[in-house]
Structure formats: C-alpha cells, structure tokens
Design a protein around this ligand. Structure first.
Ligand code: G3H
Ligand code: 13P
Ligand code: ZN
Length: 332
C-alpha cells in the first residue's frame, strides 16, 4: 500500500470514536519505533515532520525512511508536514511526496490565516493524488520550532469563527486550542494543583465546552489536537533517577485525551513523550553499562522505549488498536 492521505483515516476515526496518533519523527530509530508499534497494534498511523526535523535530518532522508516504513509494514501511513509556516514550505512538501500538510498561520490575523490557508488548499487539492490540508485557529502556549508563545499570550479557539474559516478555506481538518500546549512543561506550577502525596503537578482540565461547541458547528468534521503529550511521570522519573534534571515537567492527562478521541478529535499530536522515552532509555543504558560505546546498544534501548510508549498511546489513549485487518491492513 502506498502512502495515503488522512481522509479515509479520519472518516473511520470520527465514525468509530477514536483518533489517529500523529507522531513526530526525526531519525531512523524513531520512525522504526513508531511503525513497529503501529504494526503490532494493527493501527494506521501518521508520521509527521516539522521544520526542525527537516533541518536536522534533511527532507530526502526522512522521506526515504518513511517509504521504507511503508514497505516494511504494509500499513496505511500518512506522511504529514507539521506546522508548515507558509505556502512555500507546504508546496515543497506536496511536490516531494507528502500526502498531507499543515499550514499554520494561527498567529496571523484571521483574514491572513484564511488567505494563506486557502492558497495551500487550492494547490494541495489540485495535486494528483489529493493532498489533505490541516489548518489552525487559536493559539497554543509552548514552544514549537523557534517560536515560543508565552503562557499569557495563548488564546482559545473562538467557536463562532470556525464555520466561516472552514467554509472559506476548504481545509480538511482543523487544529483548535482548548488548553493543550507544546513541550514538556505545559503548565506553570501556579496554573496547577499539587498532589499532596506525590508532589506531582495536576494540570487544569481541557476546555471540553469549546470542543463541544466547535463540533456542533462543524458536524462530522475532523478536529486536531496539538500539544498532546502527557509527560508520563514514569519516564520523567527514569530520567531524573539516572542523572537528568526535569523539574515540574507536566502534560495533558491521558484520560482527557481518550475522552477527546471519542468525540470529534480525529488526530492527536505527540512528540515530547517520544523524546522523554528515548532519553529515559538512553540515560538508563549509560548508567547501567558505563563501558558501552556502541550506539546500537544505547540508541537501541531508546528505540525500544519509544516503541513501548507508542504502543501504549495507540491502545490506551488514541484508541486506534485493531481497527485494521492484520492480514490485508485494510480498515475492518
Ligand atoms: O509542534 C512542535 C513539535 O514538537 C516539533 O518540534 O520543531 O523541535 O521539531 P521541533
Ligand atoms: P507535544 O509537545 O505535546 O508532544 O506536541 C507535539 C505537537 O503538537 C506537534 O505538532
Ligand atoms: Zn504542534
């Protein structure tokens, strides 16, 4: 099966109350960990590439890695551009085999966001085969590429804007801001309460009222959540127990993401949790085997941790396990 766009995946996900995990990839081991987990779980998957990933690994390498993943697993896989800043980067990805792109003009004024998104949609939809386009309304807090949005400067999506935006742009899915945030430090301690027993921060709940209002206004339309790492504390503990220093790292609780996946949310973006799992595996390896110097040993452990994490996300968070026939890899 060749790379696919996200259209059919989202139709199934919406109808059957789950989401597709969109995992960021930056190197071979991360790609392998994600698709091995997806294969084990009989799940479709989105592999997404940021501008930072393109700079780090070079687009040609990433594309070949993803093609190898398709050949190796036979799964339906989307190759998606994450946070495309303008028409040019989206066009470059479309011209070079991406099956889905995100145009992120969420920090621009409404009319500018509409105009640039519309331009990308026209180009992507004219492409054969059709390339799907994700757009964004509202601003998440946190860090993505070199852009840091201060906590006070983030803004929730205004439900009253979404119908006009989708109608005028023709986008295929919409990322909204309901309280998720990029990175491993999603909330400041003063935004959270602290569990008196464990000392772990408990974040404020997501704004499900906004998600409900948006989905009422856009029936059947796929919604996307960025910034959806949960910063699983078992990995933070492994990192900190093996020489790391991550203080008050906190994410979005997994049960809230599971709930969102059962509603209109069809794509859930996870990057930071993979970074934490990789770091935990490598740190632990180094401490347990100070004599090792073969990267296959320690990066191999990092890859195994990422695979375990992704399998958990697919089964217990986005809920897309076993939606594919294990033999044909078609949706059941
Ligand atoms: O949304 C941001 C992603 O986590 C990508 O991060 O720009 O460091 O690759 P990056
Ligand atoms: P996290 O930083 O929460 O993993 O979010 C990743 C993301 O939204 C990529 O676009
Ligand atoms: Zn994002």
């Amino acid at each position: 099966m060749p790379l696919v766009n996200s259209k059919e995946m989202f139709e199934h996900a919406y109808k059957d109350g789950y989401a597709i995990g969109a995992f960021n990839c930056n190197n071979m081991e991360i790609v392998q960990a994600i698709v091995d987990a997806a294969k084990e779980c009989n799940s479709p998957v989105i592999l997404q590439v940021s501008a930072g990933a393109r700079k780090y690994a070079k687009p040609a390498y990433l594309k070949k890695l993803v093609e190898a993943a398709v050949e190796d697993t036979g799964l339906p896989i989307v190759l998606h551009l994450d946070h495309g800043a303008d028409f040019e980067i989206c066009k470059d990805c479309i011209d070079n085999g991406f099956t889905s792109v995100m145009i992120d003009c969420s920090s621009k004024p409404f009319e500018e966001n509409i105009a640039e998104t519309r331009r990308v949609v026209e180009y992507a939809h004219a492409h054969v085969p059709y390339v799907t386009v994700e757009a964004e309304l509202g601003t998440l807090a946190g860090v993505e590429d070199d852009v840091k949005v201060e906590f006070g400067k983030s803004s929730y999506t205004r439900p009253e804007d979404v119908e006009e935006f989708v109608k005028r742009t023709g986008c295929d899915s919409l990322a909204i801001a309901i309280g998720t945030s990029h990175g491993a430090y999603k909330f400041k301690p003063e935004q959270c309460t602290r569990d008196p027993e464990t000392g772990i921060l408990l974040p404020p709940p997501l704004r499900f009222d906004i998600l409900d209002e948006v989905s009422k206004r856009l029936p059947g339309f796929p919604i996307v959540l960025h910034g959806s790492s949960s910063v699983n504390q078992e990995y933070v503990k492994i990192i900190n127990d093996h020489g790391g220093k991550l203080v008050d790292a906190v994410g979005v609780p997994e049960q809230q993401l599971r709930r969102a996946a059962g509603l209109a949310v069809c794509k859930i973006n996870i990057d930071s949790d993979l970074r934490l799992a990789m770091t935990a595996g490598i740190r632990q390896h180094f401490e347990e085997h100070p004599d090792h110097f073969d990267p296959r040993q320690y990066v191999g452990d990092g890859r195994a941790y990422v695979k375990q994490l992704v399998a958990h996300k697919i089964r217990d968070v986005v809920g897309s396990a076993d939606v594919l026939d294990p033999v044909t890899k078609e949706f059941k």
